[in-house]
Design a protein around this ligand. Structure first.
Ligand code: NAI
Ligand code: MG
Length: 364
């Protein structure tokens, strides 16, 4: 009897539903006699607002809580930017709300150089050879999720804007454990990026990360100030394995790491509720790093690779099928090596044709 897994797919806005459709085709092809996936599609953020007057429906959230995995396309667009529902900051974004409600605090953003795409990167030849960086970004704390935020507008005083950054020791510790466990499964090198030289929040951050390190003698921990981490990453991406950082620095460093792969449309991510031990699985939200790209939405030309590689991460972490994950990644690389390119990569393939090229490799 095959096991049937429950996948909730939320395409979102702009190119989100387009790339999600491509990714779901790959899910269907990648399944085998041991694993079946039961797919339910639903709305998120702007598309949801237009139909239901809310960025995230209660019924969708309920399903997300019990699903084995949630696949998201992308959310947002100028049509909905001005809508600010009452409540916490996350309420004005369906995806942030989903991350907060599911407590998916660990954002994995891998960037692995693909040799045949090197000419499309700004790096000089050879510099990204073998570069394989995983940026681990804290996703539900820090400045972006601050309870103390606002713009004070008093006629008596200059206007004042603030987002108070706070982490408690439990938030940092659970996150650091994910960083060390990821590093254990990779090349055993972990960089923690902070600004403990100037920020108290990061004094605690460094202290707690160093305490957690005692549990992982097999992993080399290196503390770097975040600005230096960014500089070193630009200079020599091959020197990094796992980089962990808070929500703000993780956001920046993961975009920067993405440069080694030649395009925003190529990058996958996973937001996990923890880290799976060898025998277990972990729930999470799997989504390409890119946004809704309103400039190309509706044309059928978006690069589906970020979404398809997010499916690979889903098979790996949420479904416990590392073998299928490697097969999907392999099919993407082989299709690219054979010359398959969407327009953002200088080619002419539509999203659908790119997906077909990848599926052909998967089946071969
Ligand atoms: P974006 O990632 O949507 O687009 C940036 C540029 O990259 C655009 O020129 C776009 O055409 C191109 N691009 C992005 N993905 C592509 C793909 N798969 N294939 C080919 N080209 C691609 O970022 P932008 O323009 O800053 O934001 C647009 C909207 O998306 C905003 O509303 C923003 O808030 C939202 N956004 C949502 C994210 C999410 O859902 N996780 C992440 C980032 C932005
Ligand atoms: Mg970002």
């Amino acid at each position: 009897m095959p096991e049937t897994l429950d996948l909730l797919a939320l395409g979102g806005d702009g190119i989100g539903p387009e790339v999600t459709g491509c990714a779901l085709k790959v899910v269907e092809k990648a399944c085998d006699s041991d694993t079946r996936v039961d797919i339910t599609e639903d709305l998120l953020h702007g598309a949801c607002y237009d139909e239901a007057g809310t960025f995230l429906k209660e019924t969708t959230l309920d399903h997300a809580r019990r699903a084995d995995a949630v696949l998201v396309g992308a959310t947002g667009g100028p049509r909905w930017d001005h809508i600010r529902p009452a409540g916490e900051a996350a309420m004005s974004d369906g995806l942030m709300q989903l991350r907060m409600e599911l407590d998916t605090f660990a954002g994995l953003r891998p960037a692995r150089a693909i040799a045949c795409l090197e000419p499309l990167t700004p790096y000089r030849p050879g510099l990204t050879d073998g570069a394989d960086v995983l940026v681990l970004r804290e996703m539900t704390g820090g400045n972006f999720f601050s309870a103390e935020r606002g713009v004070d507008r008093s006629p008596q005083a200059p206007r004042r804007g603030y987002d108070l950054g706070v982490y408690d020791e439990h938030q940092v510790a659970r996150f650091a454990h994910v960083g060390f466990r990821l590093a254990e499964r990779r090349r055993r090198h972990l960089v923690s990026a902070d600004k403990s030289n100037v920020m108290e929040m990061h004094v605690l951050w460094r202290e707690v990360v160093s305490e957690v390190a005692l549990d992982y003698p097999g992993v080399t921990l290196e503390h770097l100030y975040a600005d230096n981490a960014s500089y070193q990453l630009a200079r020599d991406p091959g020197r990094f394995d796992v980089i962990m950082a808070d929500n703000l620095f993780g956001d920046m460093l993961s975009d920067q790491a993405g440069v080694i792969v030649a395009g925003l449309g190529m990058l996958p991510s996973a937001c996990l509720t923890g880290f799976p031990d060898d025998a277990t699985r972990v729930r999470g939200i799997f989504e390409p790093v890119h946004g809704s790209a309103p400039d190309i939405a509706g044309e059928g030309i978006a690069n589906p690779v970020g979404a398809i590689l997010s499916v690979a991460m889903m098979f790996d972490y949420a479904f416990g099928r590392a073998d299928i994950a490697r097969a999907v990644e392999g099919a993407v690389t082989t299709a690219l090596e054979a010359g398959a390119r969407t327009r953002d990569l200088g080619g002419r393939l539509s999203s659908a044709a790119m997906t077909d090229a990848i599926i052909a490799e998967l089946e071969a």
